[in-house]
Design a protein around this ligand. Structure first.
Ligand SMILES: [Ca+2]
Ligand SMILES: [Ca+2]
Ligand SMILES: [Ca+2]
Length: 338
Protein backbone atom coordinates (compact mmCIF):
# COMPACT_ATOMS: atom_id res chain seq x y z
CA UNK A 1 0.00 0.00 0.00
CA UNK A 2 2.74 2.36 1.07
CA UNK A 3 4.63 1.44 -2.07
CA UNK A 4 1.66 2.17 -4.36
CA UNK A 5 1.15 5.56 -2.82
CA UNK A 6 4.80 6.35 -3.31
CA UNK A 7 4.70 5.29 -6.96
CA UNK A 8 1.70 7.46 -7.72
CA UNK A 9 3.28 10.38 -5.92
CA UNK A 10 6.48 9.96 -7.95
CA UNK A 11 4.34 9.79 -11.08
CA UNK A 12 2.76 13.13 -10.28
CA UNK A 13 5.98 14.88 -9.45
CA UNK A 14 7.59 13.73 -12.68
CA UNK A 15 4.47 14.40 -14.72
CA UNK A 16 4.14 18.00 -13.61
CA UNK A 17 7.84 18.53 -13.99
CA UNK A 18 8.05 17.16 -17.53
CA UNK A 19 4.84 18.77 -18.74
CA UNK A 20 6.59 22.10 -18.80
CA UNK A 21 9.19 20.79 -21.19
CA UNK A 22 7.04 19.14 -23.79
CA UNK A 23 4.38 21.79 -24.19
CA UNK A 24 5.14 22.56 -27.83
CA UNK A 25 4.42 25.48 -30.07
CA UNK A 26 1.47 24.50 -32.33
CA UNK A 27 3.68 24.34 -35.45
CA UNK A 28 5.86 21.72 -33.73
CA UNK A 29 2.92 19.68 -32.53
CA UNK A 30 2.90 17.18 -35.36
CA UNK A 31 6.60 16.48 -35.01
CA UNK A 32 5.77 15.09 -31.53
CA UNK A 33 5.45 11.48 -32.76
CA UNK A 34 9.02 11.82 -34.04
CA UNK A 35 10.38 13.69 -31.01
CA UNK A 36 8.86 11.24 -28.53
CA UNK A 37 9.42 7.95 -30.38
CA UNK A 38 10.59 5.15 -28.16
CA UNK A 39 9.53 6.99 -24.98
CA UNK A 40 6.90 6.49 -22.29
CA UNK A 41 4.13 9.04 -21.80
CA UNK A 42 1.96 9.68 -18.76
CA UNK A 43 -1.40 11.17 -19.72
CA UNK A 44 -1.82 13.51 -16.79
CA UNK A 45 -5.39 14.53 -17.60
CA UNK A 46 -6.48 10.89 -17.79
CA UNK A 47 -5.55 9.36 -14.40
CA UNK A 48 -1.90 9.04 -15.41
CA UNK A 49 -2.60 6.50 -18.16
CA UNK A 50 0.73 5.14 -19.43
CA UNK A 51 1.61 4.90 -23.15
CA UNK A 52 4.59 3.82 -25.23
CA UNK A 53 5.38 5.65 -28.48
CA UNK A 54 6.81 3.12 -30.89
CA UNK A 55 10.11 3.86 -32.53
CA UNK A 56 9.29 2.91 -36.11
CA UNK A 57 5.96 4.65 -36.74
CA UNK A 58 5.56 7.02 -33.81
CA UNK A 59 2.21 5.50 -32.81
CA UNK A 60 1.15 5.36 -29.17
CA UNK A 61 0.34 2.03 -27.55
CA UNK A 62 -1.57 1.79 -24.27
CA UNK A 63 0.38 0.04 -21.49
CA UNK A 64 -1.96 -1.91 -19.25
CA UNK A 65 -1.38 -5.03 -17.20
CA UNK A 66 -2.99 -7.00 -20.04
CA UNK A 67 -1.44 -5.25 -23.02
CA UNK A 68 2.12 -4.42 -22.03
CA UNK A 69 3.74 -7.76 -22.90
CA UNK A 70 2.23 -7.79 -26.38
CA UNK A 71 3.24 -4.15 -26.97
CA UNK A 72 6.77 -4.93 -25.79
CA UNK A 73 7.01 -8.06 -27.92
CA UNK A 74 5.84 -6.26 -31.07
CA UNK A 75 8.38 -3.51 -30.50
CA UNK A 76 11.27 -5.72 -29.50
CA UNK A 77 14.47 -7.01 -30.99
CA UNK A 78 16.17 -10.23 -30.00
CA UNK A 79 19.59 -9.66 -28.45
CA UNK A 80 22.48 -12.02 -27.73
CA UNK A 81 24.20 -12.02 -24.34
CA UNK A 82 27.37 -10.64 -25.95
CA UNK A 83 25.49 -7.68 -27.46
CA UNK A 84 23.69 -7.09 -24.17
CA UNK A 85 27.08 -6.41 -22.54
CA UNK A 86 27.61 -3.48 -24.93
CA UNK A 87 24.72 -1.55 -23.38
CA UNK A 88 25.10 0.28 -20.02
CA UNK A 89 22.72 -1.03 -17.36
CA UNK A 90 20.54 1.21 -15.21
CA UNK A 91 21.52 0.81 -11.56
CA UNK A 92 18.75 2.39 -9.50
CA UNK A 93 17.61 1.38 -6.01
CA UNK A 94 14.02 2.32 -6.93
CA UNK A 95 13.92 -0.65 -9.33
CA UNK A 96 14.78 -3.30 -6.73
CA UNK A 97 12.23 -5.89 -5.65
CA UNK A 98 14.49 -8.45 -3.93
CA UNK A 99 18.20 -7.89 -3.36
CA UNK A 100 19.40 -10.99 -1.48
CA UNK A 101 23.08 -10.00 -1.34
CA UNK A 102 22.42 -6.31 -0.76
CA UNK A 103 24.64 -5.14 -3.61
CA UNK A 104 22.10 -2.71 -5.07
CA UNK A 105 21.05 -5.01 -7.90
CA UNK A 106 17.78 -6.94 -8.10
CA UNK A 107 18.13 -10.74 -7.90
CA UNK A 108 16.33 -11.20 -11.23
CA UNK A 109 18.64 -8.74 -13.00
CA UNK A 110 21.70 -10.51 -11.59
CA UNK A 111 20.36 -13.88 -12.77
CA UNK A 112 19.58 -12.46 -16.22
CA UNK A 113 23.14 -11.23 -16.76
CA UNK A 114 24.67 -14.33 -15.17
CA UNK A 115 26.27 -12.85 -12.05
CA UNK A 116 26.00 -14.09 -8.46
CA UNK A 117 22.84 -12.85 -6.72
CA UNK A 118 23.84 -14.25 -3.34
CA UNK A 119 27.29 -12.65 -3.36
CA UNK A 120 27.69 -8.89 -3.54
CA UNK A 121 31.13 -9.24 -5.15
CA UNK A 122 30.82 -12.00 -7.77
CA UNK A 123 34.51 -11.97 -8.81
CA UNK A 124 35.95 -11.29 -5.34
CA UNK A 125 37.99 -8.24 -6.41
CA UNK A 126 36.63 -6.22 -3.45
CA UNK A 127 34.46 -4.04 -5.72
CA UNK A 128 30.73 -4.75 -5.46
CA UNK A 129 28.74 -5.97 -8.47
CA UNK A 130 26.71 -2.76 -8.72
CA UNK A 131 29.77 -0.51 -8.40
CA UNK A 132 31.50 -2.41 -11.21
CA UNK A 133 28.43 -2.29 -13.47
CA UNK A 134 27.84 1.39 -12.79
CA UNK A 135 31.41 2.18 -13.81
CA UNK A 136 31.37 -0.20 -16.79
CA UNK A 137 33.73 -2.76 -15.24
CA UNK A 138 33.17 -6.48 -15.69
CA UNK A 139 31.64 -7.86 -12.46
CA UNK A 140 32.82 -11.36 -13.43
CA UNK A 141 36.51 -10.68 -13.85
CA UNK A 142 39.23 -8.14 -14.61
CA UNK A 143 38.80 -5.41 -17.22
CA UNK A 144 35.97 -3.31 -18.53
CA UNK A 145 32.65 -4.17 -20.14
CA UNK A 146 32.62 -3.73 -23.95
CA UNK A 147 30.24 -0.74 -23.73
CA UNK A 148 29.40 0.60 -27.21
CA UNK A 149 27.45 3.87 -27.20
CA UNK A 150 26.84 3.93 -30.96
CA UNK A 151 25.34 0.46 -30.77
CA UNK A 152 23.31 1.53 -27.73
CA UNK A 153 21.93 4.65 -29.41
CA UNK A 154 20.90 2.65 -32.49
CA UNK A 155 18.69 0.38 -30.38
CA UNK A 156 17.47 3.05 -27.94
CA UNK A 157 13.70 3.23 -27.65
CA UNK A 158 13.20 -0.48 -28.29
CA UNK A 159 12.42 -3.38 -26.02
CA UNK A 160 15.04 -6.13 -26.12
CA UNK A 161 14.45 -9.85 -25.67
CA UNK A 162 17.33 -11.96 -24.45
CA UNK A 163 17.35 -14.78 -26.99
CA UNK A 164 20.01 -16.91 -25.28
CA UNK A 165 18.36 -16.63 -21.89
CA UNK A 166 14.77 -17.33 -20.89
CA UNK A 167 13.42 -14.52 -23.06
CA UNK A 168 14.08 -11.90 -20.38
CA UNK A 169 12.66 -8.50 -21.33
CA UNK A 170 14.58 -5.22 -21.21
CA UNK A 171 13.81 -1.64 -22.22
CA UNK A 172 16.53 0.61 -23.61
CA UNK A 173 15.69 4.23 -22.87
CA UNK A 174 16.51 6.91 -25.48
CA UNK A 175 16.39 9.44 -22.63
CA UNK A 176 19.49 8.19 -20.79
CA UNK A 177 20.71 5.34 -23.07
CA UNK A 178 20.45 2.93 -20.14
CA UNK A 179 19.03 -0.57 -20.12
CA UNK A 180 16.17 -1.34 -17.71
CA UNK A 181 15.15 -4.84 -16.65
CA UNK A 182 11.39 -5.44 -17.07
CA UNK A 183 10.44 -8.51 -15.06
CA UNK A 184 6.75 -7.69 -14.76
CA UNK A 185 4.16 -4.91 -15.00
CA UNK A 186 5.14 -3.53 -11.60
CA UNK A 187 8.72 -3.08 -12.84
CA UNK A 188 7.45 -1.33 -15.94
CA UNK A 189 5.38 1.14 -13.88
CA UNK A 190 8.45 1.96 -11.79
CA UNK A 191 10.48 2.53 -14.96
CA UNK A 192 7.73 4.78 -16.35
CA UNK A 193 7.65 6.76 -13.11
CA UNK A 194 11.38 7.42 -13.58
CA UNK A 195 11.48 8.01 -17.34
CA UNK A 196 7.92 8.88 -18.44
CA UNK A 197 7.02 12.32 -19.76
CA UNK A 198 3.81 13.97 -18.64
CA UNK A 199 1.57 14.97 -21.52
CA UNK A 200 -1.80 16.72 -21.66
CA UNK A 201 -4.78 15.59 -23.73
CA UNK A 202 -4.26 18.20 -26.42
CA UNK A 203 -0.67 17.16 -27.10
CA UNK A 204 -1.32 13.43 -26.95
CA UNK A 205 -3.97 13.91 -29.64
CA UNK A 206 -1.10 14.67 -32.05
CA UNK A 207 0.21 11.12 -31.56
CA UNK A 208 -2.01 8.53 -33.28
CA UNK A 209 -3.44 5.71 -31.14
CA UNK A 210 -2.19 2.43 -32.63
CA UNK A 211 -5.40 0.60 -31.64
CA UNK A 212 -7.43 2.86 -33.97
CA UNK A 213 -5.35 2.12 -37.07
CA UNK A 214 -6.14 -0.91 -39.18
CA UNK A 215 -3.24 -3.32 -39.62
CA UNK A 216 -3.56 -3.17 -43.45
CA UNK A 217 -3.30 0.63 -43.64
CA UNK A 218 -0.83 1.56 -46.35
CA UNK A 219 1.94 4.06 -45.90
CA UNK A 220 1.60 7.23 -47.96
CA UNK A 221 3.15 10.68 -48.00
CA UNK A 222 1.86 14.14 -48.91
CA UNK A 223 3.98 17.24 -49.46
CA UNK A 224 2.71 20.81 -49.43
CA UNK A 225 5.21 22.77 -51.52
CA UNK A 226 3.18 25.97 -51.08
CA UNK A 227 3.73 28.47 -48.28
CA UNK A 228 3.47 25.83 -45.53
CA UNK A 229 6.46 23.76 -46.90
CA UNK A 230 5.67 20.60 -45.00
CA UNK A 231 5.71 16.84 -45.53
CA UNK A 232 2.97 14.73 -43.91
CA UNK A 233 3.19 10.96 -43.52
CA UNK A 234 0.12 8.78 -43.25
CA UNK A 235 -0.96 5.25 -42.46
CA UNK A 236 -4.08 4.88 -44.63
CA UNK A 237 -6.16 7.97 -43.94
CA UNK A 238 -4.55 8.74 -40.58
CA UNK A 239 -1.91 11.45 -40.48
CA UNK A 240 0.90 10.18 -38.25
CA UNK A 241 3.18 13.19 -38.22
CA UNK A 242 4.87 15.90 -40.26
CA UNK A 243 8.14 17.77 -40.76
CA UNK A 244 9.11 21.12 -42.29
CA UNK A 245 10.79 20.92 -45.71
CA UNK A 246 12.52 23.16 -48.18
CA UNK A 247 11.17 22.52 -51.68
CA UNK A 248 12.02 24.06 -55.06
CA UNK A 249 12.27 27.82 -55.40
CA UNK A 250 9.86 29.67 -57.74
CA UNK A 251 12.28 29.52 -60.70
CA UNK A 252 12.96 25.76 -60.18
CA UNK A 253 9.72 24.44 -58.68
CA UNK A 254 9.23 20.92 -57.31
CA UNK A 255 6.94 19.00 -59.72
CA UNK A 256 3.38 18.59 -58.45
CA UNK A 257 1.25 15.47 -58.88
CA UNK A 258 1.13 11.79 -57.93
CA UNK A 259 4.45 9.99 -57.62
CA UNK A 260 5.99 6.91 -56.03
CA UNK A 261 9.30 6.38 -54.28
CA UNK A 262 11.41 4.67 -56.96
CA UNK A 263 14.78 4.31 -55.23
CA UNK A 264 16.63 4.83 -51.94
CA UNK A 265 20.32 5.62 -51.41
CA UNK A 266 21.89 6.41 -48.03
CA UNK A 267 24.08 9.03 -49.74
CA UNK A 268 23.50 10.25 -53.32
CA UNK A 269 25.76 12.54 -55.35
CA UNK A 270 24.20 15.58 -57.00
CA UNK A 271 25.26 17.01 -60.39
CA UNK A 272 25.56 20.32 -58.51
CA UNK A 273 28.61 18.81 -56.80
CA UNK A 274 27.32 17.97 -53.35
CA UNK A 275 26.13 15.05 -51.28
CA UNK A 276 22.44 14.39 -50.66
CA UNK A 277 22.13 12.07 -47.64
CA UNK A 278 19.06 9.80 -47.29
CA UNK A 279 18.01 10.11 -50.91
CA UNK A 280 14.48 8.99 -51.82
CA UNK A 281 14.01 9.27 -55.59
CA UNK A 282 10.65 10.04 -57.19
CA UNK A 283 9.23 10.27 -60.73
CA UNK A 284 12.00 9.35 -63.18
CA UNK A 285 14.58 9.78 -60.42
CA UNK A 286 15.49 13.39 -61.34
CA UNK A 287 14.18 14.71 -58.03
CA UNK A 288 13.40 13.40 -54.58
CA UNK A 289 13.65 13.85 -50.83
CA UNK A 290 17.00 14.20 -49.10
CA UNK A 291 18.65 15.59 -46.00
CA UNK A 292 20.12 19.12 -46.05
CA UNK A 293 22.93 18.75 -48.59
CA UNK A 294 26.62 18.58 -47.70
CA UNK A 295 29.37 20.17 -49.79
CA UNK A 296 32.57 18.14 -50.31
CA UNK A 297 34.26 20.55 -47.85
CA UNK A 298 31.88 19.23 -45.20
CA UNK A 299 29.84 22.44 -45.11
CA UNK A 300 26.16 21.75 -44.50
CA UNK A 301 23.47 23.87 -46.12
CA UNK A 302 21.81 25.79 -43.30
CA UNK A 303 18.88 24.45 -41.34
CA UNK A 304 17.37 27.91 -41.49
CA UNK A 305 16.24 27.04 -45.03
CA UNK A 306 13.66 24.60 -43.68
CA UNK A 307 10.19 26.02 -44.22
CA UNK A 308 11.48 28.19 -47.11
CA UNK A 309 11.40 27.18 -50.78
CA UNK A 310 15.04 27.54 -51.85
CA UNK A 311 16.04 24.19 -53.42
CA UNK A 312 16.61 23.37 -57.09
CA UNK A 313 13.52 21.14 -57.13
CA UNK A 314 14.30 18.50 -54.52
CA UNK A 315 12.55 18.34 -51.15
CA UNK A 316 15.08 18.92 -48.38
CA UNK A 317 14.51 17.60 -44.87
CA UNK A 318 16.24 18.38 -41.58
CA UNK A 319 18.83 16.25 -39.81
CA UNK A 320 16.90 13.52 -38.02
CA UNK A 321 13.61 13.72 -39.93
CA UNK A 322 15.41 12.84 -43.20
CA UNK A 323 16.75 9.60 -41.74
CA UNK A 324 13.40 8.81 -40.15
CA UNK A 325 11.46 9.25 -43.42
CA UNK A 326 14.14 7.30 -45.31
CA UNK A 327 13.71 4.33 -42.99
CA UNK A 328 9.93 4.67 -42.85
CA UNK A 329 9.00 4.76 -46.56
CA UNK A 330 9.50 1.87 -48.95
CA UNK A 331 10.21 1.78 -52.64
CA UNK A 332 6.70 2.04 -54.07
CA UNK A 333 5.24 4.25 -51.31
CA UNK A 334 2.91 6.78 -53.00
CA UNK A 335 3.69 10.50 -52.63
CA UNK A 336 1.27 13.30 -53.51
CA UNK A 337 2.87 16.70 -54.06
CA UNK A 338 0.56 19.70 -54.13
CA1 LIG B 1 21.78 -8.23 -5.53
CA1 LIG C 1 25.61 -9.87 -6.62
CA1 LIG D 1 33.74 -7.35 -8.07
Amino acid sequence: MQKNKKTIFTFLIFSLFSLIFIFPRPSLASSLPFELRGQFLIQVENKGQAWYVDKHNGLRHILSQNSFLEVARQNSLGISNNDLKKIPLAVDSRLIKIDSDNDGLDDRLEKAIGINYSNLDSDGDSHSDSLEIKNHYDPLGPGRLPIDLNFTKKLAGKFLLQVEGKGELWYLSPKDNLLYYVGDYEDLLKIISILGLGINNENISFIADASLISKNSLKNVKVDVGPSQRVYYYLGETQIGSFPVSAGKASMPTPKGNFKIINKYPKAWSSYGLWMPYWLGMGTGRFGFHELPIWPSGYREGENHLGIAVSHGCIRLGIGPAEFLYNWVEVGTPVVIY
